[in-house]
Design a protein around this ligand. Structure first.
Ligand SMILES: N[C@@H](CCC(=O)N[C@@H](CS)C(=O)NCC(=O)O)C(=O)O
Length: 220
């Protein structure tokens, strides 16, 4: 299998944690994509993922999988022993629901903050970021989306006051998404308030998990 991604980005971390968790690092060839120079928007890459984003996992039969939860689903179930996406219908549904909440409430608005409210990935990506909007409009939109993500963080703190991991008693895809969201928020300059103690405690625990700590190319 081939994994096209960019080391140090939150979505690359999601899949690299999965690879470490499942013991699959040596089954995957890593191919770096130069996001700053918009390699992800080149025609050859768009045939793999028309959305023009990483990561993309290309299977040995040529199927190109994108969207981190879909890639995770594939890798987690390959050995018939899913540990990250749930076993029972109830577990699977809860994990999917919580991971999607992380995307809608945190990852998507943080991404908008990063790309519109800050310099994002730089000038070369500007043509793909609403070139018809003026700078002030972009800034205002980005700032609002960043504020929304910050305002949504207490929800996750509240969930983690009730249970050790986001979807129950064990580490799952939902936690991987939340871990990536916290890294993205912090890296983009948004505040993760220290008063959110359950979130901070969860983060310290997840940070120490072997698959998180020992993932390939860890940068945060
Ligand atoms: N929904 C996608 C998000 C992918 C994504 O946003 N990837 C970022 C890297 S963390 C990217 O490739 N950005 C390049 C761009 O926006 O042009 C997933 O689940 O994998």
């Amino acid at each position: 299998m081939k994994l096209y991604d960019r080391q140090g980005t939150p979505n690359a971390a999601r899949i690299r944690i999965v690879l470490a968790e499942k013991g699959l690092d040596d089954k995957v060839e890593l191919i770096p994509i130069d996001l700053v120079n918009a390699q992800q928007k080149e025609d050859w890459f768009l045939t793999l993922n028309p959305i023009g984003k990483t990561p993309v996992l290309v299977l040995d039969d040529g199927l190109a999988l994108s969207e981190s939860p879909a890639i995770t689903e594939y890798l987690d179930t390959l050995d018939g022993n899913p540990t990250l996406t749930g076993r029972t219908p109830r577990e699977r549904a809860l994990i999917q629901m919580m991971q999607r909440r992380v995307e809608i409430m945190l990852l998507d608005p943080i991404d908008d903050y990063f790309h519109y409210g800050t310099k994002g990935l730089g000038e070369k990506l500007r043509p793909w970021r609403m070139p018809e909007w003026d700078a002030a409009e972009k800034q205002a939109w980005g700032a609002r989306r960043g504020a929304l993500a910050v305002a949504n963080l207490p929800y996750f703190d509240g969930v983690l006051r009730e249970r050790p991991y986001l979807a129950g008693d064990s580490f799952s895809l939902a936690d991987i998404s939340l871990f990536a969201a916290i890294a993205f928020a912090t890296g983009a300059g948004l505040e993760v308030a220290p008063e959110l103690e359950a979130l901070a405690d969860w983060h310290a625990r997840v940070d120490e998990l072997p698959s998180v700590k020992n993932r390939t190319g860890k940068t945060f």
